[in-house]
Design a protein around this ligand. Structure first.
Ligand code: AMP
Length: 135
């Protein structure tokens, strides 16, 4: 049996502020929100992240995200929304059950995105070629 925090939330062994549920997914409020209404959508099927999730579970997760995103926007009167998925520790993943963050955004809410970098001349083409070759 999967022993992550989110598996326990699915089994209702840990409480959560659930905002949506269907056969394949669950959505609940993040306990440490970037903004009020910050919601996590998870598949019920066990998967760690984008690298092992099934096509079906990924589809279900994004379907639920699109279903509830307008409701979150309306509920907190947001101006925009970020969808974020952290995959593996280096990307900031703390809970190893796949999840999508739905983060409502407000004009001038002070949240900053990551700094942007620059490619050296020719570097972008070489990186793109490596990605094509790795598929
Ligand atoms: P990540 O860094 O993408 O793995 O995000 C995990 C998220 O889960 C964090 O934003 C936490 O605030 C959130 N979290 C941790 N424990 C709980 C919990 N019991 N209920 C709701 N959200 C949680």
């Amino acid at each position: 049996m999967e022993d992550t925090l989110f598996a326990k939330i699915i089994r209702r062994e840990i409480p959560a502020d659930v905002v949506y549920e269907d056969d394949e997914t669950l959505a609940f409020l993040d306990i440490h929100p970037n903004n009020p209404g910050h919601t996590l959508v998870i598949p019920k099927e066990p998967a760690q992240n984008i690298f092992d999730i099934s096509d079906e579970a990924l589809s279900a997760m994004t379907r639920t995200a699109r279903k509830i995103a307008p409701a979150i926007m309306r509920a907190v009167d947001a101006d925009g929304m970020n969808l974020v998925m952290n995959n593996k520790k280096a990307a900031g993943q703390l809970v190893f059950h796949a999840h999508l963050h739905l983060i409502p955004r407000f004009a001038d809410d002070g949240l900053r995105s990551w700094p942007r970098k620059e490619y050296a001349p020719g570097e972008a083409g070489a990186v793109a070629e490596k990605i094509r070759a790795a598929q």
